[in-house]
Design a protein around this ligand. Structure first.
Ligand SMILES: [Zn+2]
Length: 182
């Protein structure tokens, strides 16, 4: 019940279509390991383990670590919410591409792509320069992670996001509806 409510928080404005194409929510007691593999340009197979607290499959389940969901709830304004993060990936990939831009009306999508790209580039420059960043530096991993991490701040530290990334904050407020913490 609590998990369903958390996962639906990002859908208040978007609606039930955000759940399109998948139906399973898996909950593990703690962070979990997944086996990764990659064949590099020279044809060499690399394998390694990743430890995750959440994962969103393109057409499959959403997976969450219960210990981390609870930690988020204990500090609801700390900028972290793994349930929101993974739901952002689910919304992002609805248009077939995980790229940090969800399915939006054409004009808004162009504005979103432009504003997010600008903010992402500026953020990556800060991270590269070794400066202390306003939001979790994990957001510099990729445009889709930037969107997912910014979404966490929309729901948990909206004032900070608005102050440091006003254009991004405005898009997210329009996309998700006003933050419950404002
Ligand atoms: Zn992510």
């Amino acid at each position: 019940m609590l998990l369903a409510a958390l996962c639906c928080l990002p859908l208040l404005e978007f609606g039930g279509n955000g759940l399109h194409g998948w139906s399973q929510l898996l909950v593990y007691p703690e962070a979990f390991r997944v086996r990764r593999s990659h064949v590099d340009a020279a044809g060499v197979l690399h394998e390694w383990d990743d430890e995750l607290i959440g994962e969103a499959w393109d057409h499959g389940p959403l997976i969450l670590s219960w210990a981390d969901v609870q930690a988020d709830l204990e500090e609801p304004d700390a900028g972290y919410c793994v349930a929101v993060h993974e739901m952002a990936h689910k919304l992002d990939v609805l248009d077939g591409e995980l790229d940090g831009t969800p399915l939006l009306p054409a004009r808004w999508q162009r504005e979103w792509a432009r504003d997010f790209q600008q903010a992402y580039d500026a953020f990556c420059a800060e991270v590269d320069a070794g400066r202390e960043t306003a939001i979790d530096p994990y957001a510099a991993e990729a445009p889709e992670e930037f969107f997912a991490v910014a979404s966490e701040y929309h729901f948990t530290a909206p004032a900070l996001l608005r102050e440091r990334m006003p254009a991004v904050a405005a898009h997210l407020a329009r996309f998700y509806g006003p933050s419950p913490l404002l």
